[in-house]
Design a protein around this ligand. Sequence first.
Ligand code: HEC
Ligand code: HEC
Ligand code: HEC
Ligand code: HEC
Length: 449
Amino acid sequence: MKISIVVLLLAVYSVFGAKKTARILYSGSSLGSYTTCGCPSNPTGGLPRMANFVKEQNQQFGDPLILDAGNFSSKTGRQKAVLTEYFMKGMAILKYDAVLVGGAEIETGLSEIMRFNKESKLPLISSNLVDSKGNRPFSSVIKVKNVVKGLDALIVGLTAPTQFVKTDSVAAYKILDPLETFSKISAAERKKGVAIIVLTDMKESMLEKFLQAQKGADLVIVAADYAYREMPSLVNGAQVVSSFPETRNMGVVSFDVADDSLLSFTGFNEPMASKYEKHKQMDSLFKAYDKALGGVKFKHPRPSDAQKLYAGSEACAECHRDPVAKERNGKHVKAFSILEKTGNSYNPSCLKCHVTGYERENGFWDVETSMDMAGVQCEECHGPQMAHVREERRRAFGSVDFTGMDQSKSSRQNKPYKVGFYKCAHCHTGEFKLIKTPEEAWKEIGHSK
Ligand code: HEC
Ligand code: HEC
Ligand code: HEC
Ligand code: HEC
């Protein structure tokens, strides 16, 4: 089916006018993934890498259309609102032509999204989201003239029907049926020389029903639906593609146009490579984001029922005098005070490398509840050792347990395992990379003999 259509269209093209190629870049379900996963091996994705990729594409192919199929807001973490605000500013740097308002945006709250957009001015679109008076709070459609000479694009945004979780939006907005909305637009706007492009965050059965029933779409871009991720699929006359989630890949679609008709499609998902080329605007935006986070007092108390897994450095001093003395004079214990000095003691994006056991049981949670676990202490590297401390204390006192066995003679249950030097790279990466090898740096500190 697919093959025969391509062959037919190619035949048309060979008879009529000159071939031109249009290019569309797309993302979707980015979920506020501003930077990479931060994984020590093969970190990919993030807005700075996307910006570099877009720049490269601009240079090679002129000005491609850049579209987002929704769900760009962060849904997790205390900093999600600040992150979403800065993610939108970052998307503005990429110069998107249309950005769908999807379920993640509804979860964030539409009034928040509108407030953030006062500054970022993204071309937000939803054709089926209406307020209580039936008006569209975002663009209903976006028209782009001459995507290539002689071909215009009409972009339609279809938000997946979902519940409004925010109370301020429950009465204020509703989502109209995507198929009905699309049918009206398609009937009115479909004409020669116009390509209809649909952005949607619908998934699975809802998406399938739409695809089977719709008439007139040329290209449907879906936010992270596994089924359409690999290459364009022709469904009921429309090419369907999907983004990868969390900015790890960016989608690319090329199609040839001749005599005002769309011809053969090719498409692929380009991984946002692990090698990172700096991007001036994005890098400084990220600094501004960190600064903005520093200004917010994120309170996140240690749960009162947290298990006592960590003993704290002072508990180790009884038996390991040497390393404790060395660490006391070292930089790791001061890692938290340096955050306080720079006004970042609540900043979730700094804490994970400057404290011990971040958000784990009785590790560090926030300044109010967990200063005993501030700084990089013994157990950040050696793992939680309360069980080891208890056991060694029992052994030291030579206590006899209920079986009548002398504990000090039985074999150890909780001996700490040896730390590998790979551990250092969890924190000493990127701009914090050690100049010396971890082994050399550690030897110099004289932590162990
Ligand atoms: C009551 C004494 C005692 C306390 C308290 C104690 N340890 Fe130990 N630790 C020992 C003994 C004894 C050994 C050696 C066990 C062996 O030889 O098998 C040991 C072994 C270790 C080792 C393994 C060393 C190696 O040779 O592989 C590490 C790491 C360690 N402890 C870390 C800690 C940390 C971190 C703390 C504090 C949270 C701590 N210990 C608290 C007595 C103690
Ligand atoms: C990936 C882990 C990681 C994160 C995230 C991180 N740091 Fe650090 N930071 C380190 C390491 C490792 C060092 C020590 C290495 C060095 O001095 O370069 C360090 C050193 C520092 C220093 C002292 C070194 C200097 O340049 O004077 C400051 C200040 C600092 N960090 C602040 C921050 C702030 C503020 C944030 C959050 C915006 C942050 N760090 C986030 C790992 C991290
Ligand atoms: C930044 C990570 C880190 C911190 C913090 C740290 N250690 Fe270690 N520790 C290591 C590494 C890595 C080794 C293994 C070194 C080696 O193989 O030579 C080690 C070795 C040890 C050993 C084995 C002793 C030896 O001679 O080999 C003990 C005991 C120990 N640490 C206890 C502690 C105590 C107690 C603290 C807190 C005061 C602490 N460590 C803090 C990374 C750390
Ligand atoms: C949990 C995060 C974390 C881990 C794991 C970690 N470090 Fe650090 N390290 C830091 C931070 C944060 C600082 C900066 C503290 C400061 O400047 O007050 C630092 C500072 C240092 C410094 C001093 C840097 C300087 O420029 O003087 C050395 C050396 C160092 N670390 C070595 C190591 C080695 C070796 C390992 C692995 C055995 C290791 N670190 C593991 C977070 C970490």
